[in-house]
Design a protein around this ligand. Structure first.
Ligand code: FEO
Length: 396
């Protein structure tokens, strides 16, 4: 796809990656984009680049707007390789006068590329540079989601170039949010938040408060992945506010693995109890649900219920994968419970309870339910009762 003018003399010059399916553990079933932006003013500035594999697409797009050799400034909002991978080649080509980055960005650039000869210029929150008619204001956004991350704001266009924040992993031929089906867009944005930013929710809250305090007028948000928020950008800001407050609804996610279907029978019975209390339930068997889809469903769920049979005194490996991933992303303010079948030793439920407690999830049943071998009718009734108890707790 060619360069697109998103504001007067501001162009999208990024790349679309239709094929990527795994983004460091995040399942990108519909690909992604690496967005880079070019501002043509008295000074020509390039904001971020793309993965090194997509360099030729970036270059082709820049050529449609200007001779790359005329680029004066490069602004590095974020050093992760999906945005900086093409930097060495583009810097060699255009020999920029200055490369602006945060203090942590400078450190990270040197640690990634080991090029002391690059003209790196540190900027801090509140610093600004003039491109001629347009100004670029910098706002550091440490740990959103790397220490080096920052936003660039062009006040003349009310344009926020937001690095990874407000992004989505979704490859599309459209570039603006008002050109696609909104519910699908929001589901990609929610998945992105759950998998990349959930852990940093307290920092997101502080950032949103400071943006409000600064009174930034935002007419458009241009993230480094996915669609550009041209229509009603306040909607995605409001969504980030809710997600970072970890707001939930009357919903439970039952994540389980099963060896010979006993734990699955228990999961179904717990589900039945929850439904009878009017709770929306999502059943997620680890064999058919990717970890990144599990955490997406957990984003707005009040209850997290984990089930695994016991294997080698522990839990099944696919369950361990998801539990480790979930612990890292730190869902907070949830309630939960554990269950599972076993043959002789039966430690799985104890391990799952420990994981829930580590995530500060309030246990609705401190013991959880363990069933030896295959659950009979009485055991399933206990599971239904657990589901009902969780359902009542969800409703408060
Ligand atoms: Fe899209 Fe943190 O890189």
């Amino acid at each position: 796809m060619g360069a697109i003018e998103i504001k007067e003399n501001v162009y999208w010059v990024g790349a679309i990656d239709w094929d990527i399916r795994d983004f460091h553990g995040y399942s990108t079933k519909k690909g992604t984009t690496y967005n880079a932006y070019l501002v043509k003013d008295e000074k020509i500035a390039l904001f971020d680049t793309v993965k090194k594999e997509n360099y030729s697409e970036l270059l082709h797009n820049i050529h449609q707007v200007t001779d790359p050799a005329k680029i004066d400034y490069i602004i590095v909002n974020h050093v992760e390789m999906d945005h900086s991978g093409s930097l060495p080649k583009i810097i060699d080509l255009c020999k920029p006068e200055k490369i602006f980055c945060s203090k942590m960005g400078k450190k990270a650039l040197l640690e990634h590329f080991h090029r002391e000869d690059w003209p790196l210029v540190e900027v801090n929150s509140g610093d600004s540079i003039s491109l001629g008619k347009k100004t670029v204001n910098f706002l550091e956004t440490r740990m959103l989601h790397w220490p080096d991350s920052m936003f660039s704001y062009i006040p003349e266009d009310k344009l926020l170039i937001s690095s990874d924040a407000f992004g989505q992993h979704w490859a599309t031929s459209e570039r603006f949010n008002d050109e696609v089906y909104e519910p699908e867009l929001m589901s990609h944005a929610a998945k992105y938040y759950a998998n990349i930013l959930l852990i940093f929710s307290p920092i997101v809250q502080k950032l949103l408060a400071s943006v409000q305090e600064m009174g930034l007028e935002i007419d458009m948000i241009a993230p480094d992945h996915g669609l550009i928020w041209r229509k009603s950008p306040e909607k995605i800001i409001a969504a980030y506010d809710g997600w970072s407050r970890q707001e939930t609804r009357d919903k439970a996610v039952i994540v389980f693995d099963t060896m010979w279907k006993s734990t699955e029978k228990m999961a179904n019975a717990i589900c039945q109890g929850l439904i009878s209390e009017g709770i929306s339930v999502i059943m997620m068997n680890t064999h058919v649900n990717h970890r990144s889809d599990v955490i997406s469903e957990i984003l707005d769920a009040k209850a997290i219920i984990l089930g695994s049979p016991t294997l080698n005194n522990g839990i099944l490996p696919m369950m361990a994968d998801i539990v480790t991933y979930m612990k890292g992303l730190r869902p907070r303010g949830r309630i939960g419970a554990a269950f599972g079948s076993y043959g002789w030793s039966g430690e799985a439920v104890k391990h799952l309870n420990a994981a829930l407690e580590e995530m500060k999830i309030e246990l609705v049943d401190e013991e959880g339910i363990r069933v030896r071998n295959v659950p009979d009718h009485d055991a399933l009734k206990l599971c239904v009762e657990l589901g009902k108890k969780i359902g009542k707790a969800i409703k408060g």
